[in-house]
Write a protein that binds this ligand. Structure first.
Ligand code: IPM
Ligand code: MN
Length: 350
């Protein structure tokens, strides 16, 4: 028994506990969890395990959404759930997509609806190459060919017409571009615009003008431009030329799968769907899909999901924990084993 200076019984544990409690509360974030389909729930479980091991308290609420939920009762996402999410600090999502669900139902009804309605206008996807080089793709996340413009005429007849336009607003392009410049400023002051201005002479022109005009506000940032087809070659043969890349939604979708492929595989590629103005939660998810062929077998690599969790912590202001988790993942790239064994190995490095 410990006595204090006046001879009273001292309770060091009781004395210190309120402090720990207060710390817990300070680092408590409200996070909506959407494990989703296929390997999604398995990889998210590992991300949550690692976040806990990093000492960050999350108050999580799970949502059973995705293709399998849709097959059960037809529910994709309601306005009520979206409204509920608006008061959360972040959304942590595994993957969506289930065989048997018509294309677009879950993608448009859940994932794109989240991106659009929560105004997650930047999709930030970092890539690390062997050695020391890394670069980041800033993908515009609310417009372009994803906007849903278009339709059918005379569907099912020999004269059928389908159009699917690309919607580009000056505001939408400019805010993604501006984010790219700001990000470049925190790194190596180099930003590349990727588009296809030689063919897409309307949308490409809008993007190029917005890029050049915003560039004048950032004289310290060196700029470059690549057509998207050429960028595909450079991603494979000369990715060192990139620091930050900014591009439209569809080009960004395709380029970031390529980015994953040239930087250790899609199993490592993380992403952050950001609302940089922080008027609501941002959403964090691995780039990969639900991989139904290996679902439930503990075969998926959880590193992309764990790194997406680190991006979430970073955005929430927990830079230290985020950096520690990222370093732990880097140290575990050669670890083989089940999904949960890889998660355990990363957690053990913290
Ligand atoms: C991605 C995915 C999604 C996209 C799909 C699932 C709708 O491929 O996040 O890259 O095309 O944006
Ligand atoms: Mn994609």
């Amino acid at each position: 028994m410990a006595l204090d200076l006046r001879g009273r019984i001292a309770f060091p544990l009781l004395a210190t506990r309120p402090l720990f409690r207060r710390n817990d509360v300070l680092s408590n974030y409200r996070v909506a969890i959407v494990g989703g389909d296929g390997i999604g729930p398995e990889v998210i479980a590992e991300g949550l395990k690692v976040i806990e091991a990093a000492g960050i308290g999350l108050e999580t609420t799970e949502y059973d959404l995705g293709g399998s939920r849709y097959l059960q009762d037809g529910m994709v996402l309601t306005e009520d759930i979206l409204d509920e999410w608006r008061s959360f600090d972040a959304i942590y999502l595994g993957a969506v997509g289930t065989p048997g669900v018509p294309p677009g139902v879950i993608e448009r009804g859940l994932l794109l609806k989240m991106r659009f309605d929560l105004d997650l206008y930047v999709n930030q996807r970092p890539f690390k190459l062997d050695g020391s080089h890394d670069f980041i793709v800033v993908r515009e996340n609310t417009e372009g060919a994803y906007a849903g413009e278009g339709g059918f005429l005379r569907k099912g007849t020999p004269y059928e017409i389908a159009t699917q336009g690309s919607v580009n607003t000056r505001m939408g392009a400019e805010r993604a571009i501006r984010y790219g410049f700001e990000l470049a400023k925190t790194r190596n002051n180099h930003l590349t615009l990727v588009h296809k201005t030689n063919v897409l002479t309307f949308s490409g022109d809008l993007w190029e003008r917005a890029f050049n005009e915003v560039a004048e506000e950032y004289p310290e940032v060196e700029t470059a431009y690549n057509h998207v087809d050429a960028a595909c070659i450079y991603f494979v043969q000369d990715p060192q030329r990139y620091d930050v890349v900014v591009t439209d939604n569809l080009f960004g979708d395709i380029l970031t799968d390529l980015g994953g492929a040239v930087s250790g595989g899609i199993g490592l590629a993380a992403s952050a769907n950001l609302n940089p103005s922080r008027t609501g939660p941002s959403m964090f998810e691995p780039v990969h899909g639900s991989a139904p062929d290996i679902a439930g077998q503990q075969k998926a690599n959880p590193i992309a999901a764990i790194l997406s969790g680190a991006m979430m912590l970073d955005f929430l202001g927990e830079q230290n924990a985020a950096a520690k988790i990222t370093a732990a993942c880097d140290a575990c790239l050669d670890v083989t084993g089940s999904t949960s064994e890889i998660g355990d190995a990363v957690a053990a490095k913290l």
